[in-house]
Design a protein. Structure first.
Lengths: 530, 266
């Protein structure tokens, strides 16, 4: 017990120091606490009202509906590290603790206790009390332990997933694939509300209702505590005890699994990371230093699941915007919507933070004797290529909605805006880089010295400036369409591209000179020394 | 008398001239008016306790950290001048090993070669040769993130060597490297200095420094406390001619190595 207390105390001390050592993190907590309190109050009110309404109007639906809601909440906690890149739970850094004569079960239990008293978890207690009160009335103190067990199971399961992911990270490529797939699932899940609200959402809603009515979520352990509470509220004590025992056993199993994975992980049984058996000779196919830089950036982005996800989500953003604009317009998607979205897709380049994404490699990159204009240009080309899926997606959409000539013009508008945005972004990444955690570390860990709200404002300003600077070229590229003289595209498209490229090289030359002057400062800033 | 501003050093026989290099981090003075000269083709050891300012000095000399004041001339190129010109001539192995973790070892080396302007066939040839030389050939297809610390060190060293620099800055190059590779690297470094390459080398392994270096400088709390050949330093500090570098070093940094026994041991 002494060791358990010491371990929980250690975790709190480390968290307190991290908080006090980072202004951004402390400020984040100060902002988050009122929102958490508000969320907690609203969720309590919502849970109470929902249960009372369903119990009165559709009493038969109460059990399956609550099972479904608890399952959804449990899964969102457990899969958060995969689908959103943030974890609601955190384990002790076991690699530093396994040397001590402490049982692994104690280490896992200490993480569980520490996770239970995190503000985000504590904020769930009032809604659970409200739920117990709504279900059991005066019997609510009996229901609360059952619901609390559900929370315990959720946190324990989230811990198990976290430690399993950590074990998986020993096999880097597999871990990356799982993370990428998880981010993809997260992206699709985030689109579900939009699809549900759209014209085609009726079928999806019917499918969900059918699943709930068939009580399919009774199979989910996350819903069992809710079932126990509902039975306790109705005075059915045998099923209450049965479901509660089931939750307890599942929680113990989750903790046991965590300890077992940790045991194998730190005895090296899950260690791997061997070289692929059939490694072909490496090649850099693109010519020159710019080519090498572009190819390096593309390979690194493709192998980093988060960078890859950002790249591919760039396809979803413009298409979603097009979808929303199309929904809001009587005539569906027309040329005006297409041009608007093309402009927005173009300025999406801003905030690429490409130099900071070099992470530790920046010192190496800036150590090469490559002309700095070539370096800035290489980075810009990589950024444009990484966003090519968005350009292709919009061009295909334009092809479907407005025909091939318009599709080419739309692609040109995207490209022209991207080129100008790259020039503007070069200044942003040199003057206001955002430090990026090293690969393999928590990518969402706040880093002292990040740009914060001020930087967001500067990004917005840069976007506005880019739109103004790109407007003449985009206008030129698009002009034949309103004139109804489509043959003019033969001249206007190359002219617009050439003009944008000229502006790019003028601006990029300035950025290259700025980079040359500020290299040591840039490295110092990204290393957190300034 | 030597020109304290180092004027005229650009055309002289020195590969490295540090001129009152100073670096302040917030309130901490990491390097305090450090000046020294390293002649071409010398194996120069830069020693000091942890936190003395060795890595900061290397980062300043290689243009990766701007000095708060002072300047340096490396192979005729001033730090305050065109850094690209300087970077063509130097190879750098930093202690923190800045590497791209999601490239394979072979891709990484190939990339470094191409960024130094080597043509593709030559870049490929040197890459293969270096991978074989440093016993990394079997691991060439592995991502750098999966490399051990020693393998990373060897890869970073290969990146520093691939373009054939005339001055090499090596910050703890033998740390974490296995004894076989360590011997291979030491032999290579000796051959490089024989061919006129200047080596600026830091290490905590003093017997290696003693065996390899023609000349050493000792930095302590940001200041140079001794510089010269080992014999000169022994003479300056009135140490016996057979005194080891370790003895001289401990004397120079005024290290107190006497301790009471731990209360629960012995």
């Amino acid at each position: 017990m002494d060791r358990l207390i010491a371990l929980v105390g250690l975790r709190f001390r480390l968290e307190a120091r991290a908080m006090l050592g980072s202004r951004g993190r402390a400020l984040g907590l100060v902002f988050a606490l009122p929102f958490l309190a508000l969320f907690s109050a609203a969720a309590s009110l919502g849970a109470f009202a929902l249960v009372r309404v369903v119990a009165r109007t559709e009493p038969g639906l109460l059990l399956p509906a609550l099972s479904a809601i608890f399952t959804f909440l449990g899964l969102s906690f457990v899969l958060a590290p995969l689908v959103a890149g943030v974890s609601a739970t955190e384990s002790h850094d076991l690699s530093r603790l396994v040397a001590y004569p402490v049982p692994l079960a104690t280490l896992v239990a200490s993480s569980l206790v520490a996770n239970l008293v995190q503000p985000s978890v504590l904020a769930l207690v009032p809604p659970l009390v409200a739920l117990a009160f709504a279900l059991g009335g005066p019997r609510w103190p009996l229901l609360l332990p059952a619901l609390g067990l559900g929370l315990l199971l959720t946190i324990a399961s989230a811990q198990t997933v976290g430690i399993a992911l950590h074990a998986l990270s020993r096999r880097r490529r597999l871990h990356d694939r799982v993370l990428f797939a998880g981010i993809g699932v997260g992206l699709l899940l985030s689109l579900v509300p939009v699809l549900m609200l759209s014209r085609g959402g009726a079928a999806a809603r019917r499918a969900l209702v059918a699943l709930v009515e068939r009580d399919i979520f009774a199979l989910s352990p996350f819903g069992w505590s809710a079932r126990a509470a509902v039975h306790a509220g109705r005075g059915d004590f045998a099923p209450f005890l049965g479901w509660s025992a089931a939750v307890l056993v599942t929680t113990a199993a989750a903790l046991g699994l965590s300890a077992a994975i940790a045991g194998r992980l730190y005895r090296g049984e899950l260690d791997s990371g061997e070289a692929p058996a059939r490694a072909a000779r490496a090649r850099i196919r693109l010519p020159g230093a710019i080519g090498a830089l572009v190819e390096k950036d593309l390979r690194v982005a493709w192998r980093d699941p988060r960078l890859k996800a950002v790249t591919l989500s760039g396809v979803i953003g413009p298409l979603l915007l097009l979808f929303v604009l199309g929904q809001g317009s009587a005539g569906g998607v027309g040329p005006v919507q297409l041009v608007l979205v093309a402009g927005m897709a173009g300025v999406g380049v801003i905030g690429s933070n490409a130099l900071a994404l070099e992470r530790d490699g920046l010192g190496l990159l800036l150590g090469f004797p490559i002309n700095r204009l070539a370096l800035v240009t290489g980075k810009s080309i990589a950024v444009v290529v990484l966003r090519a899926p968005a350009l292709v997606a919009l061009s295909v959409a334009a092809l479907l909605f407005a025909g091939p000539v318009t599709a080419i013009a739309i692609a040109c508008v995207v490209l022209v805006t991207q080129v100008i945005a790259c020039a503007a972004d070069s200044y942003l990444q040199i003057l206001f880089p955002v430090p990026v955690p090293a690969a393999g570390r928590d990518p969402n860990a706040p880093i002292s010295g990040s740009r914060g709200l001020g930087a967001a404002a500067i990004s917005l300003l840069t976007m506005a400036v880019t739109l103004v600077a790109a407007a003449p070229f985009a206008f030129l590229a698009w002009l034949p369409e309103p004139l109804g003289q489509r043959w003019l595209f033969v001249g206007t498209l190359p002219l617009a591209l050439a003009g944008a490229c000229a502006v790019y090289f003028m601006a990029a030359s300035g950025a290259a000179r700025l980079l040359l002057r500020r290299e040591p400062e840039l490295i110092a800033r990204l290393r957190g020394e300034e | 008398m030597e020109d304290p501003r180092g004027e005229g050093a650009e055309g002289g026989g020195d590969a490295i001239v540090a001129l009152a290099l100073t670096r302040q981090f917030r309130r901490q003075l990491a390097v305090d008016h450090v000046s020294f000269r390293v002649a071409r083709g010398r194996f120069f050891g830069f020693l000091g306790p942890n936190g003395a300012g060795k890595s900061t000095t290397i980062r300043m000399l290689t243009g990766l950290l701007r000095p708060s004041s002072g300047d340096a001339v490396i192979e005729g190129a001033r730090l305050s001048g065109d850094l690209t010109h300087l970077k063509r001539r130097i190879g750098v192995l930093l202690e923190e090993l800045p590497l791209y973790e999601r490239l394979t070892g072979e891709e990484h080396l190939l990339f470094a070669a191409r960024m130094h302007g080597l043509a593709a066939p030559e870049a490929r040839r040197r890459t293969q040769e270096l991978l074989e030389f440093l016993s990394l050939a079997d691991e060439r297809g592995k991502l750098v993130v999966d490399y051990s610390q020693g393998m990373r060190k060897k890869l970073a060293l290969a990146c520093a060597l691939v373009h054939g620099p005339s001055v090499l800055f090596l910050d703890e190059p033998l740390n974490g490297i296995d004894p076989v590779s360590g011997r291979v690297v030491m032999d290579l470094l000796r051959r490089l200095t024989a061919r006129g390459v200047t080596l600026f080398f830091t290490s905590h392994v003093l017997d290696v420094v003693e065996r390899l270096c023609d000349e050493v400088a000792v930095i302590d709390r940001g200041r140079i406390v001794a510089q010269g050949t080992l014999a000169e330093i022994r003479a300056q500090r009135e140490r016996a001619s057979d005194a080891s570098l370790e003895d001289v070093f401990l004397k120079l940094v005024a290290a107190d190595v006497t301790r009471e026994d731990l209360s629960w041991i012995g």
